[in-house]
Design a protein around this ligand. Structure first.
Ligand SMILES: Cc1cc2nc3c(=O)[nH]c(=O)nc-3n(C[C@H](O)[C@H](O)[C@H](O)COP(=O)(O)OP(=O)(O)OC[C@H]3O[C@@H](n4cnc5c(N)ncnc54)[C@H](O)[C@@H]3O)c2cc1C
Length: 400
């Protein structure tokens, strides 16, 4: 009889847990995926896929269905709220470096939807919904995960390894001796989605625009059906005040006055953290994605970095599964923690600092620097190598 515990357990069916599951199944490794919710959410969270993420997803046959349902954006833009375009960054310069020289604007739930179908269709994939992980334990050979079911019953599953991809409030992480140090960003991020066509109303607007201003920066992001407006918000206000329809209308009218009121299809206000776990690998248990690191969304690197974790982790775990020295997993931690700290967190914090800058001289100097960067093809390419996260992956070979 087959050994039922000869599998990898994955906690959390977000983009990271699902990609890890599909990647392991593709390598012939049986997986049980444990998800607390009854259904995967169809909501507006991350909406940008960077070029190397699409390259990774293509190896799992998950890129094509997203590209079909997304918006290819070769250009992203840095603007000033009053002066307009400062610099257009062209991902077309990466044509020799990636099969996907553009950012794909596509909601993350479309990825989880396709990946979930793949897991459910696979003979070695078990997807347990309504299973809320509450405890994890390990011995020399196995990991045991305890979970509760909606009726209050308690169930245990066993496997050889566990990937904790259970998001920002990860129970797996909390069950381990991990420090999750960092900070909470003072401002709240307010995200509103509207069918209003900003691209038709604002001169030269790219589909992804970071817009600086000394009193209120903003981000405009186009998804296949809506435009998202992201605004920093006073944390002393309650959620009711922040999300009050009249306040939202007033704020959108300030961004761009219009005779008609703005139609809002989705709105959310959220606190943002900058934290990186001090350890990703604990014997047979590994952390990935938001469970391991959190950062602000400026630059769209949270979900992308998590998917890169999933690919790196499963590549090494597959080798260990086939007999490689388990110490190999330490390299996963060294490589991906370095990216989380030196690329994702550093870049996201820098983006926030730049957008928040109020000093006129510093603003002018930074804008000049960006104009010079895009005017010089070598500097321009180096910049988009970094912003697209390709450089962070190229640099991994040097991390032993
Ligand atoms: C409101 C909002 C807006 C965002 N906007 C952006 C954005 O614009 N750009 C960007 O780059 N990123 C954004 N993010 C962040 C991005 O969504 C995350 O980086 C990404 O979802 C991380 O994927 P993940 O798989 O690691 O975690 P998650 O997507 O959080 O998935 C974790 C999964 O684990 C499940 N789970 C949790 N606890 C348990 C448990 N105990 N047992 C079993 N299952 C469990 C959850 O139900 C969930 O399905 C946003 C996040 C939020 C909340």
């Amino acid at each position: 009889m087959a050994d039922e515990t000869n599998r990898v357990l994955v906690a959390g069916a977000g983009p990271v847990g699902l990609v890890a599951t599909v990647a392991l199944l593709a390598r012939g490794i049986p997986v049980t995926l444990l998800e607390a919710s009854p259904e995967l959410p169809i909501d507006l969270r991350a909406s940008t896929f960077h070029p190397p993420t699409l390259d990774f997803l293509a190896t799992l046959d998950l890129a094509a269905p997203l590209i079909e349902r997304g918006l290819k954006c070769p250009i992203w833009q840095f603007r000033d709220r009053k002066a307009g375009v400062i610099a257009d960054f062209d991902l077309g310069l990466l044509a020799d470096e990636t099969d996907h020289p553009y950012r794909l604007q596509c909601e993350q739930w479309k990825l989880t939807e396709h990946a979930r179908e793949r897991v459910e269709a696979h003979p070695d994939g078990i997807f347990l919904r309504d299973f809320e992980v509450t405890e994890v334990a390990q011995d020399g050979d196995h990991v045991t995960v305890t979970g509760t079911r909606p009726d209050g019953s308690i169930e245990q599953v066993r496997g050889r390894y566990l990937i904790g991809a259970d998001g920002a409030r990860s129970v797996v992480r909390k069950q381990l001796p991990v420090n999750f140090e960092g900070m909470t960003i003072p401002e709240i991020f307010l995200s509103m989605s509207t069918p209003f066509r900003y691209d038709k109303a604002m001169e030269g607007l790219a589909n992804i625009a970071y817009i600086t201003d000394p009193t209120e920066w903003l981000v405009l992001l186009r998804t296949p059906t809506l435009w998202r407006v992201l605004l920093p918000t006073d944390p002393n206000q309650s959620d009711e005040q922040i999300l009050d329809p009249a306040t939202i209308e007033a704020r959108l009218q300030q961004v761009l006055p219009q005779p008609q009121p703005y139609e809002i299809e989705h709105k959310t206000a959220y606190r943002v953290h900058e934290r990186v776990a001090d350890k990703y690998v604990h014997g047979r248990i590994f952390l990935a994605g938001d469970a391991a690191h959190l950062n602000n969304p400026l630059g769209g690197m949270g979900m992308n970095g998590g998917i890169h974790d999933a690919m790196n982790l499963t590549d090494k775990l597959a080798q260990v599964w086939q007999g490689a020295d388990p110490d190999l997993m330490g390299r996963y931690e060294r490589q991906r923690r370095k990216v989380a700290i030196e690329t994702v967190q550093a870049q996201a914090l820098r983006n926030r600092t730049v957008l928040n800058e109020t000093d006129p001289a510093k603003r002018a100097a930074y804008h000049d620097e960006l104009r010079k960067t895009v005017a010089d093809p070598v500097a321009h390419k180096a910049y988009v190598m970094k912003s697209s996260m390709l450089q962070s992956l190229r640099d991994l070979d040097a991390v032993k």
